[in-house]
Design a binder for this molecule. Structure first.
Ligand code: MLT
Length: 410
């Protein structure tokens, strides 16, 4: 008898975005001609930067020539890419991060789930509420939680509410926790963390020998110069933080797949008896056993992000999506809605009107405006009463979507 991983049976319904697709497809069956505008999943819509495309085409040609063909690449990723990342994304911001501490991967979603492989089962885990569902579901799958209650909260996890009332800034847990997921700029609320807030987390983690999982997939959208882009801008973070980064949202790689994770050398976890263990070595062992790297072609595409042309083109992409976020905020707030985020992030977090539930507001927008959002409740109990709108679409679609929504609200 093949026994399944019973932890999967604890998971609530489907993963959020497939569940939304299911509802949208059901709607489209009855309304096949509805001019739908998708502001739901944070999937980019604009073409890859020319610099990345040209680099990948060149790499394909190299793969077609015996003299330049590449087989398996280095498990951690090619050093020419890791060195560019270290220089541009970290050293240029004063962060003491070396290329050898960077692990190239096929996505931050995968890495934030996979990282649990190198941690034990007895850790106390804290997540914000609302939260990117992957952090919670991967812990459920790994058996780190009990069952979910009616609000969708899993026993054993520590939920830290982030709402308009606390300015989307979590209060640090009063009881010690061992692993903390932080995502800034935040998915789903679009909030950012000040240097002081991040310093408080770093101090907390060092005091409790905890590890911060810092998901910075949206750092390219930071417009405020006072906001840190990396946790390693905070003194002490090398001793307590692992950072996840992605090319998905800045360079449009959601379908191309390239990301990276930073594990500082010297960062420690502990055996149950309290002996220190090097986390870099464990992650290196995990990756070299279970992962064969990102294709040469895609890594060349990612490298081109750091060329002068690539930098210009990426900035243009990010500006386009940020202008969409501004338009969403502007149109909805003029219509009397309370809106948050969307200034340093591609997500706008909208308070539902008249106390409507977030799934009801989702259905209203779908059925009357043909606009797809993401119900806040899908990100956790404290997301109830909110809806997330993504700025990843063309400007024309965003303008049209907002006109429809405002007309309905009016
Ligand atoms: C989202 O919509 O929250 C993102 O697309 C999730 C992701 O990047 O996996």
């Amino acid at each position: 008898m093949a026994v399944v991983n019973a932890n999967y049976l604890k998971l609530k319904a489907g993963y959020l975005f497939p569940e939304i697709s299911r509802r949208v497809n059901h709607f489209l069956k009855d309304h096949p001609d509805a001019p739908l505008i998708r502001l739901g999943i944070g999937d980019v819509t604009e073409p890859l930067p020319a610099a990345c495309r040209e680099a990948m085409i060149k790499a394909v040609e190299e793969m077609g020539d015996r003299a330049t063909f590449k087989g398996y690449g280095p498990e951690q990723g090619y050093s020419w890419l890791r060195e560019k990342i270290a220089a541009h994304d970290f050293q240029a911001r004063g962060c003491d991060i070396d290329a050898s501490e960077i692990f190239i991967s096929d996505g931050s979603k995968c890495d934030t789930g996979n990282i649990l492989d190198i941690f034990g089962d007895s850790n106390k885990i804290a997540v914000t509420d609302p939260v990117y569902p992957v952090y919670v579901d991967t812990n459920v799958m790994a058996g780190h939680t009990g069952e979910a209650n009616d609000r969708g909260e899993y026993a054993g996890l520590v939920y830290l509410p982030i709402t308009a009332e606390n300015n989307f800034t979590a209060t640090l847990p009063s009881d010690p926790v061992d692993l903390v997921y932080l995502c800034f700029p935040n998915n789903p609320t679009g909030a950012v963390a000040s240097r002081e807030h991040l310093q408080a987390w770093v101090d907390y983690a060092r005091t409790h020998r905890a590890i911060l999982f810092f998901d910075a997939a949206y750092e390219a959208f930071i417009t405020d110069p006072a906001i840190p882009h990396s946790i390693y801008e905070i003194p002490g973070a090398r001793d307590c933080a692992i950072e996840f980064r992605s090319f998905s949202k800045n360079a449009g790689f959601t379908g191309t797949r390239c990301a990276f994770t930073v594990v500082p050398k010297g960062l420690k976890g502990y055996t149950p008896s309290g002996d220190a263990v090097d986390l870099w070595s464990l992650w290196q062992r995990r990756q070299s056993t279970k992962f064969n790297g990102v294709s040469y072609i895609v890594q060349r595409g990612a490298e081109a992000v750091y060329s002068p042309e690539g930098q210009t083109q990426v900035r243009q992409l990010v500006s386009l999506y940020l202008e969409n976020a501004r338009l969403i905020r502007d149109r909805l707030s003029k219509a009397g809605m309370a809106v948050y985020g969307g200034v340093n992030a591609p997500y706008v977090w909208v308070k539902t009107p008249n106390g409507m539930s977030s799934w009801d507001f989702f259905d209203t927008l779908l059925h009357t405006c043909y606009v797809v959002g993401t119900p806040g409740a899908g990100f956790g109990a404290a997301g109830e009463g909110y809806l997330r709108l993504s700025a990843f679409n063309s400007q024309a679609n965003v303008i049209e979507a907002m006109a429809r929504v405002v007309a309905t609200l009016g």
